[in-house]
Design a protein around this ligand. Structure first.
Ligand code: ARG
Length: 292
């Protein structure tokens, strides 16, 4: 526990060292001995430490993907804005319904503040916008471990236009190694600042659940509602890609949910398993459409 704390403080020190541009070379820590009295000094080499705590230069590259356009993808990707700020990606399932992640709504529960923008590739574009009428988060969504990170959104008015497409819900159980496409306006470096204006896409293979569980052990629990995908150390989704689809043959099979770091060499990206949460999605679509 204390070791974690020390790591945390060191990581923060490193980041702030970078942020404030002070080129510190050594950090001297004064460690208390067992009785709590000042003990010996520990001198840490910042460059050495950075190699351990910070992502490798490899990882700070674009997270393995390339710039694309929404039309090229199939026009199914939407940007979800709250109080005019971009928050998450989403998938158009039909002209009235968008699929996204439940965690996008944490602290953002007012339906009237949400807007869905479709047909955009650059976040500066206005695209075709719709207000949100209502949304349903899974009752089993747990903030502490991201179990059942899924939400279904009902648009105020139907969204249909040239270049706008939809995806169907996953109907295949994905095997490890299956290659899927994830896209979004997420960060292209693990410690980037915010979303990117340009849409990016990357192909990532499904990672064996057993391996994913083991990798995240004991930090995070990989529950039944999750699947993992990434090329470790090279290709992954990242912050602000959340809610966007992991696509297999025009089907949405995953929803970007979480990860420790991005394109980490240890931790794969974690997605909501659409096959697993399909009953919830179908039930919610019915309930929302009945409300119109
Ligand atoms: N939770 C992030 C978001 O809100 C998604 C992070 C995905 N991370 C990853 N390494 N695949 O945008």
């Amino acid at each position: 526990m204390e070791w974690h704390l020390v790591c945390c403080v060191l990581a923060c020190t490193l980041v702030s060292t970078q942020v404030y541009g002070q080129e510190q070379e050594k950090i001297v820590l004064s460690l208390p001995d067992a009785s709590g009295q000042p003990g010996k000094n520990l001198t840490l080499d910042v460059a050495q430490l950075a190699k351990i705590v910070l992502p490798s230069p490899h990882e700070t590259r674009v997270i393995g993907g390339h710039v694309t356009t929404n039309t090229k993808l199939g026009g199914y990707l939407t940007a979800l804005l709250y109080e005019d700020d971009f928050v998450c990606g989403g998938t158009l399932l039909n002209e009235n319904i968008v699929l996204t992640a439940a965690h996008c709504f944490l602290g953002r529960m007012k339906a009237s503040e949400w807007i869905v923008a479709a047909g955009i590739s650059n976040l500066n574009q206005k695209g075709i916008r719709r207000h949100v009428k209502d949304f349903i988060l899974s009752e089993q969504f747990r903030e502490d471990d991201m179990n059942m990170d899924v939400a279904v959104v009902l648009l105020k008015t139907p969204l249909k236009a040239k270049n706008i497409g939809t995806l169907s819900l996953c109907s295949v159980t994905l095997k490890p190694g299956a290659e899927l496409v994830v896209s979004g306006w997420g960060m292209t470096a693990p410690r980037g600042r915010g979303p990117h204006n340009l849409l990016r896409t990357v192909t990532v293979p499904i990672i064996h659940k057993k391996n994913c569980r083991a990798a995240y052990q004991p930090t995070a629990k990989i529950t039944d509602s999750m699947i993992c995908a990434a090329v470790l150390g090279r290709k992954d989704a990242c912050t602000f890609d959340s809610g966007g689809p992991l696509v297999f043959k025009k089907q949405v099979c995953g929803i970007v949910s979480f990860g420790i770091g991005c394109a980490s060499s240890r931790y794969p990206g974690v997605y909501t398993d659409v096959m697993y949460v399909k009953p919830f999605i179908e039930k919610s679509i019915k309930a929302l459409l009945a409300k119109r």
